[in-house]
Write a protein that binds this ligand. Structure first.
Ligand code: SF4
Length: 403
């Protein structure tokens, strides 16, 4: 799952070293299964999984209460010093301020005082009003807002059910979030890459709102359902080309820079770090999803693989989060590079790429034991970032950076 904001570090276990599964540290709560937008690339409503059809539209108060209890139980049992909780949908703000107020209030009282909670609402931005902002300030919740570029770009994909674009409504909210008093509750922008657009025009438009971070997300896809414009030709790297143009503008820009977690993670990995995000590096996933009915599922981005892919058969009423730690799907996502296919294990950029994002590896028959469907793009982009960063290091060692 991609949400805007400080990524939860995934690598260091809280408990003793060894093969024991790692406790969850990112809890994605689906408080609303419906949305007021109908984006054409949405993985909730337009992917292979149809679980949303039978989900309650809004999580019931009793379910929300039980979710809070289960998260607090997990935090206590594993002495978690920090965790991230993301309220998600559909569109989570459709659940309404009083529901969100009750949920956040319950979380505040249920979590151990020794656990720092990073609270995020991932929203399409159209419903942010005074009441929502007041809640964010009250509970220290940050808003991650989706925007794909200027009106012509964003409104190609991000439209309401009548086909009307969402850009202008979101832009109005972003101008409020950019004000000094609201900046602390703004996590940043989430932009899904469309390679038919001008990357620098998109980047400059997003930058014009002065967001604290821009999360660049590759469209979901896999070998059976390739992403748009990702052909079988390994020499074609449209996503690397698009991202490289943005990287080359972002990397040398005078600071303080707007954060781009994907680029930061690749640089960190190139320099020997852990990366800290799920989509590169191959670190173990520490994320779990709770649906509106209380079902516990794996990453909801697995919805793109096949119907029922994210399901585990567990729920917050009968099962603690601990019981999920032995589920084969969770174990596979925690196996890191140990679960990768031969091609990845022999790949020269494996340490940085880590096989890419787990859902992007799926192919019917071989499951997730494949390279990422974005493999040519990943190799190309990682090579470019490595050459840029390591070239700078060489120059530094030889006597100072030229800029
Ligand atoms: S670039 Fe491709 S082959 Fe190499 S590790 Fe990533 S997904 Fe695997």
């Amino acid at each position: 799952m991609r949400t805007v904001g400080e990524p939860v570090k995934q690598i260091q276990p809280e408990g003793p070293a060894g093969p024991a599964p790692l406790p969850f540290r990112e809890f994605l709560i689906k408080v609303q299964s419906s949305c007021n937008l109908a984006c054409d690339y949405c993985y909730v409503y337009r992917a292979a999984d149809t679980g949303w059809r039978t989900q309650p539209r809004t999580m019931a108060s009793a379910t929300a209460e039980q979710v809070c209890h289960r998260i607090a139980e997990h935090a206590r049992d594993h002495a978690l010093s920090s965790l991230q909780i993301v309220l998600h949908g559909g569109e989570p703000l459709l659940a309404g301020p009083s529901f969100l107020d009750a949920l956040l209030g319950r979380l505040r009282t249920a979590l151990p005082s020794s656990t720092r909670a990073d609270l995020v609402i991932q929203t399409n931005g159209t419903l942010v009003d005074d009441a929502v902002l007041a809640l964010c300030h009250e509970y220290g919740v940050r808003l991650g807002v989706s925007l794909d570029g200027g009106p012509a770009v964003n409104d190609r994909h991000r439209v309401d059910h009548a086909g009307r674009g969402s850009h202008d409504a979101v832009a109005k909210v972003l101008r409020r979030l950019g004000q000094d008093r609201h900046r602390p509750v703004w996590a940043g922008l989430l932009c899904t890459v469309d390679v038919t657009t001008d990357p620098l025009a998109v980047y400059e438009h997003l930058l014009s709102f002065q967001p604290p971070a821009i999360d660049l997300m590759l469209p979901l896809g896999n070998w059976d359902h390739p992403p748009p414009h990702r052909s079988a030709d390994p020499a074609s790297v449209p996503y690397a080309d698009w991202l490289r143009a943005v990287f080359d503008r972002w990397y040398p820009a005078p600071g303080p820079p707007t954060r781009i977690p994907f680029f930061e993670a690749v640089i960190d990995l190139v320099l020997g770090g852990a990366g800290g995000i799920e989509s590169v590096g191959g670190g173990p996933s520490r994320m779990v999803v709770v649906d509106t009915d209380g079902s516990l599922t794996q990453s909801d981005q697995l919805k793109t693989a096949y119907d029922g892919a994210p399901g585990t058969g567990r729920d917050v009423w009968r099962d603690s989060f601990d019981t999920l730690l032995t589920h084969p799907g969770i174990l596979a996502r925690q196996a890191g590079t140990g679960a990768l296919c031969e091609e990845c294990r022999a790949c020269p950029v494996l340490r940085v790429c880590g096989g890419g994002h787990y859902p992007h590896r799926y192919r019917q028959g071989s499951g997730f034991a494949n390279p990422s469907v974005y493999s040519p793009d990943l190799r190309s982009l990682i090579g470019h970032v490595s050459r840029t960063v390591l070239g700078d290091l060489d120059r530094l060692i030889e006597g100072g950076l030229p800029r």
